[in-house]
Design a protein around this ligand. Structure first.
Ligand code: BG6
Length: 495
């Protein structure tokens, strides 16, 4: 079923996010026949654009960034009829009445009461002001049809996230607020729930009795690119751990939901965040490692150090790599360490979750088979490879009893046609349908901040002495190896 008639206002309409992600996603939904019968996409911005020029600007983005790149261009004319541009200064309260006129006009034309979605693809400091001005429009109180989408970063720390939540909650009901974490829209991430809760096989062993430890790696091969200004205020912990990585952790560690109700799922995830053992500030050095890249070579190309990047302080202490060890204090996970790491300019682009099982309790095999015993491991590759691998021991063919580990692999590429929707497609459709399951509730965001605050505070209080401390095209600083080696483990080598 298609979503009901929808009017999407995109603040920051002429910006990067719209061109790279939102417009391609909406166009793909249109191609796949998921857009409502009646819809309008209205880009808002200060830049002057005619409708045609704006449409061309979005089309250029689609040619460059869409997963379909250049396919189905014959559908563009049909889609672009729904797209227009409204020049407005978002800081001028009067300008907001233009939006009321637009809504009225479409509703009259369509003869229905439409959904209205405000997508705030703007710098975070503009969010409070825009939200407040929207709140002054009486019709925005309609919690059934009016929704606001807020991009990350959601706050800069726990305090600012709380302030932003309380401001938004004073204007909109929680049901109207869609805080995006685009990782939750990824197919392979959503599949974690299917893997765990649609199969009888995994759940009985998904606990401290059988699982030795868990690893989550989100490695990128890009540096900060042209986002130095933003990244300086952020760093790897705020940019990736507080949100994306903790959300992956929630999917892996949550209890089984009773149903797919949005709050049921989010309650179960929030329980995980609330159960993460607080790290005391004086123990942070045992539990977390930070890094910053130096100049060097990345796949044969010379790259500059983080401190030399555009809009970055030449003495910057911002981390471009973070690793941490967490424990979840509940019955299921007591004593199971969870290691996470993320970094820019890593050796390989890969987001994977690896569940490391305990050794078999007893090996009855002859001595010569002994060297190759490996515990079972379930690896969930989120991206760019999309697969799930289960490692188990097999007998190597031959006359001796020699064991070696083998992989049983489920690959998206082989099983399906390889045209998975992108995260933004899924999430935009959810917003139009009014389904907040894959969006962050206020308490989830705050719980995420609570987890990382001690690390942030300890790092800020004690500037690093060894930055830059890792070379591009590596796996980050040596301390990250030591963090996990102290417990007798290694980071998994990526497939
Ligand atoms: C964003 C971060 O949220 O996620 C970026 O701000 C990061 O720094 C990006 O590169 C990674 O997203 P993906 O989908 O490419 O893994």
């Amino acid at each position: 079923i298609k979503p009901p008639a929808s009017i999407l206002f995109i603040f920051g309409g002429s910006g990067d996010l719209n061109q790279r992600k939102l417009a391609p996603a909406l166009f793909n939904l249109f191609i796949d026949n998921w857009m409502p019968e009646k819809f309008a996409v209205i880009g808002l911005g200060r830049t002057e654009y005619s409708n045609d020029k704006f449409r061309n600007h979005l089309f250029d983005g689609i040619q460059e960034f869409s997963r379909r790149k250049g396919e189905s261009n014959d559908k563009w004319a049909g889609f672009s009829e729904h797209v227009s541009y409204l020049q407005m200064d978002a800081s001028d309260p009067e300008a907001y009445h233009k939006m009321s006129d637009v809504v009225k006009q479409y509703e009259e034309e369509w003869g229905v009461h439409a959904n209205v979605i405000f997508y705030l693809a703007v710098a975070p400091q503009l969010v409070p002001d825009i939200a407040t001005k929207l709140g002054a429009l009486k019709w925005c109180k309609d919690s059934q049809t009016v929704r606001i989408v807020v991009e990350k970063p959601f706050g800069h720390d726990l305090k600012s996230a709380r302030e932003l939540n309380s401001l938004l909650n004073s204007i909109f009901t929680e049901d109207q607020i869609y805080r995006i974490d685009h990782y939750l829209g990824k197919e392979t991430v959503q599949n974690i729930l299917a893997l765990r809760f649609a199969n009888a096989l995994f759940e009985p062993i998904w606990n401290r009795n059988y699982i030795d430890h868990i690893q989550i790696t989100a490695a990128e091969t890009v540096g900060v690119e042209d986002r130095g200004g933003y990244y300086e205020q952020s760093g790897a912990l705020r940019d990736m751990v507080q949100n994306h990585i903790l959300q992956l952790l929630c999917m892996i560690a949550m209890e089984a939901p009773v149903n797919f109700d949005a709050n049921e799922i989010r309650n179960k995830k929030t329980d995980v965040l609330n159960a993460i053992r607080p790290i005391s500030r004086d123990q942070v050095h045992e539990y977390a490692v930070r890094g910053q890249y130096s100049h060097g070579w990345m796949k044969g190309t010379k790259v500059q150090a983080y401190r030399q990047e555009k809009s970055v302080n030449p003495k910057s202490n911002t981390e471009t790599f973070a690793a941490a060890k967490f424990f979840i204090d509940n019955w299921r996970w007591q004593g199971v360490p969870i290691y996470v790491r993320t970094g820019k300019f890593m050796h390989q682009k890969s987001t994977i979750i690896s569940i490391e099982f305990k050794q078999a309790p007893h090996y009855a095999f002859p001595q010569e088979a002994a060297d190759s015993f490996r515990p079972n491991r379930l690896t969930i590759s989120i991206q760019p490879e999309m697969d799930i691998r289960l490692r188990f021991q097999a007998k190597r063919p031959g006359q001796s009893m020699t064991l070696n580990p083998v992989d049983m692999i489920f690959s998206y590429k082989d099983a399906y046609d390889g045209h998975e929707p992108e995260a933004y497609e899924t999430l935009l459709l959810d917003v139009m349908e009014g389904n907040p399951t894959q969006f962050m509730r206020a308490d989830q965001v705050e719980a995420g901040w609570k987890v990382v605050m001690p690390i942030i505070e300890a790092w800020e209080a004690r500037p690093p002495v060894d930055f830059p401390n890792y070379a591009p095209d590596s796996w980050g600083p040596e301390d990250a190896e030591a963090l996990i080696a102290r417990d007798g483990h290694n980071w998994v080598s990526l497939p």
